[in-house]
Design a protein around this ligand. Structure first.
Ligand code: ATP
Ligand code: MG
Length: 471
């Protein structure tokens, strides 16, 4: 592996720091990821003095713009294809009701002690003569070897000072496949209520990293085991458990959801498709019903679930943009391909699905395939085979009818101008009957056939032409 301190910028930082009587170090993720052989492009530099001054001087030498964040006492610049962040070494103490620290200047060891985990507190010296030397007072290297997440200091203080660190512990365990040390884990259980002082935005930042990990279920299971899940994602917590009436149980929807999420993660890196997997059955607890003959049912959970999506996004301060709409749409449609494949796969049913899913039809199929988590192998095979039929039919209809971004070939304006009508229900009726006829496959998706159908509907309605517009 190439030397991680190859760039001449590292030596330059060390020189500037030394000239100011300071010491500078690379610290945190960049060092950790080097030993883990993970790529990383952002570098954190800490110095025993002013990080802003160090960055400003470096920026002058490199003729690069420096962004300064006064309130945090940090500075950032881009150079050599990397992003460099500078901060002064700190010693911190926090007040109980906020995560705003009272900051004092500190030594490198003070700074390492206030870091979240030992594996994130590893540092390389940048000053000569010990350039490149590892500074590791809390045995972060040992924890890297043992695959352990552990706080450098007393975990109760670490987590109480900044409770987001509890979710970060879960995030790193999930991303790296590490275990949380029992003592650290128990401190999370004890301090979990403190999470309420953390902003939803910061929590979602970590949740997204959990969801983007190779096996996101690890993270949600840990959130559950620590008791954090109930506090930060009660909707998911409610999915847990199996109710049994008259000897009949339903599946545990939390376990199922996590399986679906992992299944999607194998097939796609799309964060929002993964969110759709996480939320696809979110309304099952609200729609659960038991019938002595039919057993358990969750009628309408896809419709109610799709309504809950914007509420959950709003609560978590996530953007209510097209990503949310994508998730909402997938939750709404997630049963359709199954229903479709259980019946005979007709052209018109496939055309309707294409019409409603549009460009998201492939993502929807991926979600539906991931949704098959039955323990019975032959059942799984049968479903997957049925989905293959649906996919083939989707391709066939798509080529034939180009329905994906379907625009009816006859517009309302055209109908109004031909029959001299103001906007009225008759126009709407003609339009919707043409659309239905196309989706049913009674006529082709083209202008001539749609026009002919329009004429016969208009005749039936007793409408008279005032022009031949459009021909
Ligand atoms: P990644 O960039 O992959 O998310 P990272 O370890 O670089 O991982 P960042 O959030 O970029 O994580 O933080 C950089 C470093 O700052 C961390 O390695 C850690 O040393 C420190 N750090 C970040 N957030 C906290 C926190 N809440 N409490 C204590 N130290 C933190
Ligand atoms: Mg980072």
């Amino acid at each position: 592996m190439s030397n991680p301190l190859d760039s001449p910028i590292f030596r330059m930082i060390g020189e500037i720091a030394a000239a100011h009587g300071q010491h500078a170090y690379v610290i945190g993720g960049y060092v950790r990821d080097y030993y883990l052989r993970r790529p990383s492009t952002d570098i954190d530099v800490v110095t025993t003095g002013s990080g802003v001054e160090l960055a400003s001087e470096l920026g002058r030498r490199l003729r690069t713009r420096v962004s300064i964040f006064k309130t945090f006492g940090t500075a950032m610049l881009r150079a050599g294809g990397l992003e460099w962040e500078f901060v002064g070494a700190r010693k911190e103490s926090y007040s109980r009701d906020s995560r705003k620290p009272v900051v004092e200047q500190g030594t490198i060891e003070d700074d390492q002690l206030r870091r979240d985990f030992t594996i994130n507190a590893l540092a390389w010296s940048l000053n000569a003569p010990d350039f490149g030397e590892l500074v590791d007072p809390f045995d972060g290297m040992g924890d890297l070897d043992r695959c352990i997440i552990r706080t450098p200091g007393d975990p109760d203080i670490t987590f109480s000072d900044d409770p987001l660190r509890m979710v970060r512990a879960v995030r790193f365990a999930t991303q790296l496949g590490f275990d949380i040390l029992p003592e650290t884990f128990e401190a999370i259980e004890r301090n979990r209520e403190r999470i309420e002082i953390v902003s939803p935005e910061r929590i979602v930042g970590e949740l997204n990293k959990i969801i983007a990990a190779p096996r996101p279920s690890i993270g949600f299971e840990l959130l559950d085991l620590t008791g954090l899940l109930k506090l930060i994602f009660p909707e998911l917590d409610r999915l847990k458990g199996v109710e049994v009436i008259a000897g009949k149980g339903h599946k545990d929807n939390f376990v199922h959801t996590l399986k679906v999420l992992d299944n999607v993660a194998v097939r796609s890196d799309d964060l929002w498709l993964r969110w759709a997997a996480l939320l696809h059955d979110i309304a099952k607890p609200d729609t659960k019903a038991f019938d002595a003959r039919a057993g358990w049912s969750f009628h309408g959970h896809e419709t109610l679930g799709s309504k809950l999506v914007p509420e959950i996004f709003r609560r978590l301060h996530m953007p209510l943009n097209e990503k949310m709409k994508f998730v909402r749409k997938l939750v709404f449609l997630h049963l359709r391909p199954i229903i479709l494949s259980e019946d005979e796969v007709t052209d018109s049913a496939v055309r309707r699905l294409l019409f409603e899913a549009g460009d998201d039809v492939d993502a929807l199929m991926t979600l539906c395939e991931a949704d098959i988590t039955s323990g019975v192998d032959s059942k799984v095979q049968r479903y997957l085979h049925n989905f293959e039929t649906v996919r083939a039919k989707l391709r066939e209809i798509e080529e034939k009818d180009r329905i994906r971004n379907f625009q009816p070939p006859i517009t309302g304006e055209l109908i109004m101008s031909i029959y001299g009508l103001p906007p009225c229900s008759a126009v709407g009726e003609i339009k919707s009957r043409i659309k239905e006829a196309i989706l049913e496959g009674l006529i082709a998706n083209d202008f001539d056939q749609a026009h002919a159908l329009m004429e016969s509907i208009a005749q039936e309605m007793g409408l008279k032409k005032v022009s031949e517009a459009g021909l």
